[in-house]
Write a protein that binds this ligand. Structure first.
Ligand code: HEC
Ligand SMILES: [Cu+2]
Length: 344
């Protein structure tokens, strides 16, 4: 009876195992897939991966097939007698040894050369001609993006034009972070006191998810960002909108006016910049926060409800968040939210 029981048990393992294996396929299509190739860097990295993978398979088969044959098929018969195993091919192995030393060396070189070439190609010391320069600065736990060309600073949502190279200066103000938007390729660390570089050219308009990839403290997993690749026209319009002065709450809406007054009188001004209102730089620039799709390291959709919850208690949404709960009353908070959401 025992073998039957074992078989039944084993077959029960098949569905969960199949699920596990299929779950591995989900990232092929998900928003953080390295198999979606929307930039030159992503494509080149994929081709290199495919090249090394093919060699890996060939090497695995070259090693495993003779090993399995030796272990299970070609084992000498017991009757051979003592000393039989030691005979070997003495005298004729020199060429064989040379071949199995030189061939792997050549294969390794053929992988190393393109790996090193690509590594340097996508982190040049100087920006490629015509590239858009962006300083990407990691903070616990959000991203600051500066465009020197446009005198612009934004947070967590980076806009870049399709078809134009972007050149990142990657920096950190506190601890090690990692900058990675997988579908656009090119992952690189941001290191305090050191500037790393990365360049790629996005192919086409789209919305891309990014993540911090180096464990950087309590809310590491909440340190996300978005890259919006726009058409050149849409990008130019976005730059214009960001450069314009934000609505400052002086309109006819009394709620927004009241919210502007709350902001100006609260400690918010010490940490946040709103152009024409305050010059704080500890936290994200809020000049056009109403035009953002997400909040707080791209972990929440930008809705009045989420903004209210965030201001009420940042730590509850993002453990360790470097913004204090300021104990504003509900009316003040609701006015403040109306004001911030009006800043387009
Ligand atoms: C001690 C500094 C500090 C003070 C005071 C402060 N903040 Fe912040 N704020 C931050 C930091 C840091 C972040 C980024 C947090 C994160 O995402 O990890 C932030 C994030 C935000 C965000 C999300 C921004 C984005 O781009 O997603 C909003 C909105 C915001 N703060 C509004 C306010 C308001 C309104 C006040 C006043 C009631 C205020 N903050 C007071 C430091 C501060
Ligand atoms: Cu980080």
């Amino acid at each position: 009876m025992r073998p039957m029981v074992l078989k039944a048990r084993r077959s029960r393992l098949i569905p969960p195992l199949a699920c596990l294996m299929l779950a591995g396929c989900a990232p092929l299509q998900g928003p953080l897939s390295t198999f979606i190739l929307d930039s030159d860097s992503a494509r080149d990295a994929y081709h290199l991966f495919r090249y090394t993978f093919i060699w890996d398979v060939i090497i695995m088969l070259t090693v495993l097939v003779p090993l399995v044959l030796a272990l299970f098929v070609l084992t000498p018969k017991k009757s051979g007698g003592a000393g039989h195993e030691a005979e070997g091919h003495a005298g004729s192995t020199r060429w064989l040894e040379a071949a199995w030393t030189i061939t792997p060396a050549l294969i390794l070189i053929s992988m190393a050369v393109p790996s090193i070439r690509l590594t340097f190609q996508y982190q040049p010391k100087a920006p490629p001609a015509g590239a858009l320069r962006v300083r990407a600065i990691g903070h616990q736990w959000w991203w600051e993006f500066q465009y020197p060309e446009f005198h612009l600073t934004v947070a967590d949502e980076l806009h870049i034009p399709a078809g134009r190279a972007v050149y990142f200066d990657l920096e950190s103000v506190d601890v090690l972070h990692g900058f990675w938007a997988p579908e656009l390729g090119g992952k690189r660390d941001t290191i305090p006191g050191h500037v790393n570089h990365l360049t790629y050219t996005p192919d086409k308009p789209g919305e891309y998810f990014g993540e911090c990839t180096q464990f950087c403290g309590l809310s590491h997993a909440n340190m996300r960002f978005r890259i919006f690749v726009d058409t050149p026209e849409k990008f130019a319009a976005w730059v214009k909108q960001q450069q314009a002065s934000p609505a400052t709450g002086q309109g006819p809406n009394p709620k927004i006016e009241a919210g502007a007054a709350v902001f100006a009188a609260a400690p918010c001004v010490a940490c946040h910049t709103i152009e024409g209102v305050s010059k704080g730089y500890i936290g994200p620039n809020l000049s056009h926060i109403g035009s953002h799709q997400t909040l707080a390291g791209s972990i929440l959709p930008n809705t009045p409800e989420n903004m209210t919850k965030w201001i009420h208690n940042p730590d509850a949404l993002k453990p360790g968040a470097q913004m204090p709960a300021l104990g504003l009353d509900p009316v003040e908070t609701s006015d403040l939210v109306a004001y911030l959401e009006s800043l387009k």
